[in-house]
Design a protein around this ligand. Sequence first.
Ligand code: ATP
Ligand code: MG
Length: 428
Amino acid sequence: MADRVCLVHYHEIGLKGKNRSTFENQLVTNLHRALRSFDVADIKRISGHILVTAADGMATDDMAHAISRVPGVARVSVAYVCRQDPEEYCAAAVRALGEAGEFGSFKVHARRSSTNYELHTLDINRLVGSVLCEKFPNKKVEMHHPDVTVIVMVVNASVYVYTDTGVGVGGLPVGTAGKVVTLLSSGFDSPVATWMVGRRGAVCVPVHFSGRPMTADTSEYLCQDIINAMAPSGMVGRLYVVPFGQKQREISLCVPQSLRIITYRRVMFAVAERIARMEGAKALVTGESLGQVASQTLENISVVNEMVSMPVLRPLIGSDKQEIMRRAEEIGTYDISAQDAADCCTLFMPRRPETHAKPDMVHEAWDSFDHDAMIEELVQSVEYVDFDQCPSYKPPRQLRARHRELAPARFERRGDKDATGEKGAATE
Ligand code: ATP
Ligand code: MG
């Protein structure tokens, strides 16, 4: 019986010219990481596709599903791999069609690339088609909109036969588009925003502002759960956590109530940008969506944005909440985000937040406390947890040197015996 392999298809976008091999090599590296829990024998490039071979020669649907979640994968098929032997690949076609479930009509679609096989695609279509008609006499051959298409692909010395193709997440391989720092809460929006930028190839470094010590540390664990849920996409290397509760209290004591949220945000942006510079990240990412809540009006976005000089990407700015929730379900973060947890945003909330902030008033409030000292202290108090899911993530050199100044993350989940605190120890 023929072996089964996973045949990975990727978009041609971003593949032109000399980028092509960088793109493909990165995708191969990322697939190795994403398939760590499977017994994989080999992952290699063949003629515009990537071929994943299982150690026992029998690639599974589970393997294909894991592959489909990796950015850069447009589609993935579980295919029988045969020699250039008509008897062998016709038998595989019969088998593949027999496994295709309910259908009324079918067609054969042969393709050839980089091969010196003497049969041409029309010959292969005819040959395989005639065998299938014989084995499935009650099914119709339909050239235009068949229920099932049997693909017979000849590449080098092999023939791949498959019917079914799973849709992948698309995008570009993580590691081909630089690094971003994403502001991650445990809500619905920012995990989706993070995922969207990661899907375009960026390595994501989330920063979470926790209300600790004024609130419990639940939101910090939810953020870790979110990152673990997104693990198949392999986009996050490290989570930074900033305990912000004490500083929020200080802000709440000296800034007018209505401007508290904007002031918190300005501090958050400034700290996130400092972390981004240490990380060598080129942009910040937020889950803001225009007009969704008080802080997301154009006026408020602009008085917060003026704190930073690097670009701020807002991939959800035009999305509706329903669309965002649907995406959260797809990427596996919905149930985690649905849990209630206090974070810095629920702390010292004003009764009536300003929705259309006046820059002069914001600046006056900003100058009423030593914001530079506060930002510096927060940067010095940053903690982090490493996640072993993103092969392209490189911790910053500068930070390695400053390592001792930063408290290593020490998140002990209540009831967990296993204290973390080592690099990467809090993951998985
Ligand atoms: P989300 O669903 O992402 O929590 P939201 O609808 O609650 O967003 P806001 O509270 O206005 O909206 O937050 C807007 C954005 O600010 C978030 O999407 C996120 O990028 C960032 N943000 C909010 N809270 C935090 C936090 N505690 N830590 C880090 N970033 C945060
Ligand atoms: Mg939120």
